[in-house]
Design a binder for this molecule. Structure first.
Ligand SMILES: NC(=O)c1ccc[n+]([C@@H]2O[C@H](COP(=O)([O-])OP(=O)(O)OC[C@H]3O[C@@H](n4cnc5c(N)ncnc54)[C@H](O)[C@@H]3O)[C@@H](O)[C@H]2O)c1
Length: 220
């Protein structure tokens, strides 16, 4: 209903080709390749489509879960296509285009609620990039928008995913062990969680979806 009303009131429009805009947000898939390496080719493809329509003053935001160094790579990729503009990796605070990474944290099923209520980590290639991105997020985020450098923001998201991954795996390992020992895992977890500093998750089918991309790789 929300999408329908945004479309009928002219606030949301979809196009297959990028058009001139003040801000570009990239939220494309970042899956693993067969060799468990993060595949950033979707980001590169999106960036290369956006590059021709960029004008001085634009803000480019990466929201995809990405290996450390991807936001810097974006700056390099666009600069190769648009030598007429300056970018943060070359010109720092004086760049024509600002680039930032603001990793997405929403839980599917609660996307609208969490878009507004979740704290956001905003990593700029320069402090000015981060400040510009913060101004945008503050339009709809009611929680804190925390400014940091892009590499730390990339690593923060990978850390969050890895933390969840390890905890989900722990609950599932317990389930397998309990099965072998003929112990009720649900009862066991309830008992263990009575400890004031223990909070074990419920066992389930395992890690999937957006959480699956949690490999903290760095470009060499
Ligand atoms: N879904 C979540 O709740 C969630 C939460 C946190 C982080 N993330 C991260 O966000 C990123 C996107 O995840 P998602 O779940 O939205 O993926 P998705 O597959 O649902 O959506 C990605 C969209 O990108 C489009 N796309 C792919 N290549 C494109 C290109 N070159 N140009 C334009 N569009 C292109 C696809 O058509 C698709 O509609 C991933 O890095 C994921 O890890 C997602």
């Amino acid at each position: 209903m929300l999408v329908q009303s945004a479309v009928t009131t002219g606030k949301l429009r979809a196009t297959l080709e990028p058009e001139a805009a003040d801000v570009f947000m990239i939220a494309v898939p970042t899956p693993f390749t067969d060799g468990f390496k993060p595949d950033v080719s979707y980001i590169e493809a999106a960036v290369k489509k956006i590059a021709p329509v960029l004008v001085k003053g634009n803000l480019l935001i990466l929201e995809s879960t990405s290996p450390v160094g991807t936001t810097e790579k974006i700056s390099q990729w666009v600069s190769e296509i648009r030598p007429d503009l300056s970018f943060p990796h070359q010109s720092g605070e004086q760049a024509d285009i600002q680039i930032a990474h603001c990793p997405e944290r929403v839980l599917p099923g609660y996307v609208i609620q969490e878009l507004v209520s979740n704290d956001r980590v905003i990593g700029g290639l320069t402090p000015y990039c981060a400040e510009q991105a913060k101004l945008l997020y503050q339009l709809f985020v009611k929680a804190e928008c925390i400014i940091i450098d892009a590499r730390t923001a990339e690593m923060a998201k990978l850390t969050e995913n890895s933390f969840r991954d390890v905890n989900i795996a722990f609950a599932n390992e317990l389930s397998i062990i309990c099965d072998k020992l003929n112990i009720n895992v649900w009862e066991l977890i309830k008992l263990a969680n009575r400890h004031p500093r223990v909070n074990i998750l419920k066992p389930g089918p395992g890690v999937g979806g957006a959480l699956y991309c949690s490999c903290p790789l760095v470009y060499s």
